[in-house]
Design a protein. Structure first.
Length: 80
């Protein structure tokens, strides 16, 4: 798994965005260098396809969170 994927998973985990606790994609990629943000959004979409992240449709837009059944795997990947 590449470094950007691990960074995104770690950000979601450290912020407690697991299961029903969700956040926007923009808030996850905020703080990354500007030249990496477009690629980071593509990586988030790939993580959704791979089942690491789940989407939550809300009245104010699409939100994301870590997939609850895969949290143990995320903890192992980030060295928690």
């Amino acid at each position: 798994m590449n470094e950007l994927k691990l960074t995104i998973l770690e950000r979601l985990y450290r912020r407690g965005k697991i299961g029903a606790s969700h956040t926007s994609i923009e808030s996850v990629v905020r703080g990354l260098p500007k030249h990496m943000r477009g690629n980071a959004k593509k990586v988030v979409r790939q993580l959704i396809k791979d089942g690491w992240i789940v989407q939550h449709p809300t009245s104010y837009g699409m939100q994301i969170a870590l997939n609850l059944p895969r949290v143990q795997e995320v903890r192992q990947l980030i060295g928690e």
